[in-house]
Ligand binder design. Structure first.
Ligand code: NAD
Length: 331
C-alpha cells in the first residue's frame, strides 16, 4: 500500500490543525513539528511532499538538500527571506508565499502608529499617567494638521497601496518612490510619483517604507536619510527590520529632528536587551520614552488573517499535490 503524502508544518502553528486538515485531509496527512530552529526539523521533514513554514525557522541548503520528494515550500506570510528560494528552484521545488493575508492590517497599523504619534495620543497618555506636565494640550506642542501633509511611501505594492488609500482618506498628499512599479499605478489611485529616494525624503512629513528586505533595501533608511527629512517629521516602519537602521532613531528623537517614530519590526526579533533603541525607549529621561512606539512584529495580526494565512497556505499545498496550476510562486 502506498503511503499518503505528508504535509509538514515546521513552526509557529502547533495545533489543533483543523484549518489545514479541512483543506488537505482527503489527500494528505498533516503534521506540525513546532520547531524553533532549522536543526530541530532535521530527520523529521525529509519525506515531506509539501512544507508549510512560518518565520521562526529558516530553510537553507542543509534542509533543502535532504528533501527527497518535496514539490512545494509555502512560506505562510509575505516575506520569504528565510527560505533559500534560489536553491529550491534549482532542485525543482516551487516556493510560494501567502501575499495578502494581512495587507489591510499592516496598512492599518502603519496609519494607526502615524495617528497615535502625529496627534500626540501616545505622548499625552504616557506623560499624564506619570503625572508629568499640565493637564493641557500644550504637552504635545506643536501638533500640525495632517490634511495637506505629505505621506511618503517607499514601495507601492499591496501594503503600500493600502496605506496610500488610507492616508489619502485623511486628506494627506501621498507621494511614493518605487523604481519597479510601472507607470500608471500612480494615476489609478491618485498619488504622486518621485524618481529618487532623496526627492521622497526631502518632502515626507511621515515616511513609511513598505518594500521587501533585499540586499538593495538593507538600511535603505538610516542616519543620513533621516537627516534629509523635514525637521519634526515622523518615521514608521512596518516592513522589515533591516530596511531601517534603527540605531539612528534615538539621536534623531533627542534632537527633535524626528518628532516621533513607530517601529513594528527589528533586525533581530526578539531584540537583545541592550539594543540602544530599546534602552532609549525604556529610559524615562529620553524623548524616545514618549515619542517612540515599539511593537513586536504584530502589524499583520488579526484572528481572521491568521486563519486566512493557514487556509491559503494549505490550498497551495493542495494545488501542488494535485498537480494543479500554482499561484503566488516567488521563485
Ligand atoms: P509587495 O511585494 O506587494 O510590495 C513591495 C513593493 O516594494 C513593490 O511594489 C516593489 O516594487 C517595491 N520595492 C522593491 N524594492 C524596492 C526598492 N529598492 N525601493 C523601493 N521600492 C521597492 O509587498 P507587500 O505585501 O506590500 O509587503 C511589503 C512589506 O511588508 C514587506 O517587507 C513585507 O515583508 C512586510 N510585511 C510586514 C508585516 C508585519 O507584520 N509587519 C506583515 C506582512 C508584510
Amino acid at each position: 500500500m502506498s503511503q499518503r503524502p505528508r504535509v509538514v508544518i515546521t513552526d509557529f502553528v502547533a495545533g489543533p490543525l483543523e484549518t489545514e486538515r479541512k483543506v488537505l485531509a482527503d489527500i494528505a496527512d498533516v503534521v506540525a513539528l513546532d520547531a524553533s530552529s532549522e536543526e530541530e526539523i532535521a530527520g523529521r521533514i525529509e519525506d515531506a511532499a509539501a512544507i508549510m513554514m512560518y518565520h521562526t525557522v529558516s530553510i537553507t541548503a542543509q534542509t533543502i538538500d535532504r528533501l527527497k520528494q518535496c514539490k512545494l515550500i509555502v512560506r505562510c506570510g509575505v516575506g520569504y527571506d528565510n527560505v533559500d528560494w534560489r536553491l529550491a528552484r534549482e532542485r525543482g521545488i516551487d516556493v510560494c508565499n501567502v501575499p495578502d493575508y494581512g495587507t489591510e492590517e499592516v496598512a492599518d497599523s502603519a496609519i494607526g502608529m502615524m495617528l497615535a504619534l502625529t496627534r500626540g495620543i501616545t505622548l499625552f497618555n504616557s506623560r499624564l499617567r506619570e503625572s508629568k506636565g499640565e493637564w493641557l494640550y500644550k504637552q504635545a506642542y506643536p501638533v500640525w494638521r495632517l490634511r495637506g501633509r505629505v505621506f511618503g511611501i517607499i514601495g507601492l505594492g499591496r501594503i503600500g497601496t493600502a496605506a496610500a488609500l488610507r492616508a489619502k482618506a485623511l486628506g494627506m498628499e501621498v507621494v511614493f518612490y518605487d523604481p519597479y512599479v510601472p507607470d500608471g499605478r500612480d494615476k489609478s489611485i491618485g498619488v504622486r510619483r518621485v524618481e529618487t529616494l532623496d526627492e521622497l525624503l526631502a518632502q515626507s512629513h511621515v515616511l513609511s517604507p513598505h518594500c521587501p528586505l533585499t540586499p538593495e533595501t538593507f538600511h535603505l533608511v538610516g542616519r543620513e536619510e533621516i537627516a534629509k527629512m523635514p525637521a519634526g517629521s515622523f518615521l514608521i516602519n512596518t516592513s522589515r527590520g533591516g530596511v531601517v537602521d534603527v540605531s539612528a532613531i534615538p539621536d534623531a528623537l533627542a534632537s527633535g529632528h524626528l518628532a516621533g517614530a513607530g517601529i513594528d519590526v527589528l533586525e533581530i526579533e526578539p531584540p537583545p536587551e541592550n539594543d540602544p533603541l530599546l534602552v532609549a525607549w525604556r529610559d524615562p529621561e529620553h524623548p524616545a520614552y514618549h515619542r517612540l512606539i515599539v511593537n513586536p512584529h504584530a502589524a499583520f495580526y488579526c484572528e481572521e488573517g491568521m486563519l486566512e494565512m493557514r487556509a491559503k497556505g494549505s490550498e497551495s499545498c493542495r494545488r501542488a499535490l494535485l498537480g494543479l496550476p500554482m499561484r503566488n510562486v516567488v521563485n
